[in-house]
Design a protein. Sequence first.
Length: 619
Amino acid sequence: MHRREFLILGLASSTSALGLGCGPTPAPETPKPMQAAAGSSDGPRLRALLERIFREQLRASPESVTALGFDRGDGARAKSQLDERSIASDERRVQRQKGFLADLRAIDRARLSKADALHYDTVVYAFDTLVRATEQFDYGDKSDSAPYVISQLHGAYQFIPDFLDSQHRIEQKADAEAYIARLDAFSKVLDQETERATREGDRGILPPDFIVAKALIQLEKLRAAPAAETSLVGSVARRAREKQIAGEWEARATRLVEGPVRAALDRQIALLQRWRTKAVHDAGVWRLPRGDAYYAFGAKLHTTTALRADEIHALGLERVAEIAGRVDALMRGQGMSTGTVGERFAALAKDARFVHPNTDAGKAELLQDLRGKVRALEAKLPDYFGALPKARLEVKRVPPDIEAGQPRGRYDVGAIDGSRPGVYSINLRDTSEWAKWYLPTFAYHEGIPGHHLQMTLALEAPDTPMLRKTLSFDAYSEGWALYAEQLADEMGVYDRDPLGRIGMLQSLLFRAVRLVVDSGLHAKRWGREQAIRYMRETLGDPEGKVATEVERYTVWPGQACSYEIGHTRWLALRQYAKEKLGAKFDIRRFHDAALLPGAMPLEVLERVIHDWVRDLASS
């Protein structure tokens, strides 16, 4: 099972911001309220079914068991296993999804309470989306809209080394033994993916040539590295040593890496080398079987809306023009008036005044500054939220020994049992990537009031079924995180920092540009070079950074659209509530109403907010 089927059922994320004068898109038509029949009686049946689904998903995904912190006690056996990635496991997953959907639809929604109807609608939406996709397309990972089994972003070679290092805990000898067992299984799942990719490649489902080339570079780098220098070996050796766990862990891990793991990597590399002679340069999925429909599916999966490609493209162009206009005005107020907005961003990024020294002392100072900003904002949260997470947020540096291949930053949600806090990890391989005027925005997105607050509140909710706690939807969660960036501005963090506000707007502009480029690649038949040119001219970013973004959108159709589309819907719903409630509107209660039920599709969120407004207005 692909890990995303359990943790997020493939319904991904998006980000945007609040209404600082940026005309929000109109709220959709008033949804029908989530009303239940008097004396509802199907609630216990639904709850029991959701618990069964959750347990069956866990049994099929040992990686999810570890990610959720359940791999101790009764779940210890899962700790020595990895998820299957075989053709047969894909077929079993599809049948499982169809069975879950049939069981859900056998429940009478009219006999559910309002809270249970919300759970029902959210889970049915998730499984219905996936089942429909499996009926339409016989290629790709439908849980994530990834058309290719192996790419520069997708594949066990990308995920498993980091998973073993960051998620697999080692506290005692059994944990180290389980690590070795998973390392042994790594070669098997590599071969399973190679088999699936071979089958699809033989049917012409090949990544573009530039994606094949990038994936080959990464695979060959992992294959060529001396075993002792890989995290696969170093992670278990280091942590066992730190915990004083006796055993030949480094030697055993080395034998596995030098033997079956490298052999499996060789087979995967050979496949991609054959692909390189056949791959074309066209970037979009339009060239694949039913490609236009595949993009429509990807956009729906990640945005949880029915927006068409043309509508996404037009919204992107509109938002780019609007946000760039606001940036231009602020820049002129700071004496920056020469060149396009993109050119001025490029000049600002090179200004040495706004970069910490790329030294150990400079990096320590950067971390201290960032933690101070996060704690200062944390003190303001009670004015904007009724419920606050109990689990703390830690701000850490990505370990220097693995930072070269890691993303610029990420958030890892804490364990459900509280044994692991939420962590925002920032990559400090080069401080020039973190200009002072941009630095805090990313922390507000990934940490508070962004992902940490939203995800942790969902995990800590006492009456929410576990299945619902572990579901995520990109347009909801990433839309919230972009909203959180702008909310931080509304909370006053940039009142004396106009350049920081420019950094926040640059983040919004970047997400608006994604709408244009993603739809351009997959629906307008843009080429890689056209997309890079547009992003460079609009944002002023260097070509290498922009090329990496374009390549991401190439292999993940629709996902990049979730951020700004989700953001605009959050804004529209808040504006709707303000207009309808007038003096009764309380932003704390609005946030609680939208966050405490947990992640959901945007159409369900709209019903939740409309019901909340209706109930409050009549009270």
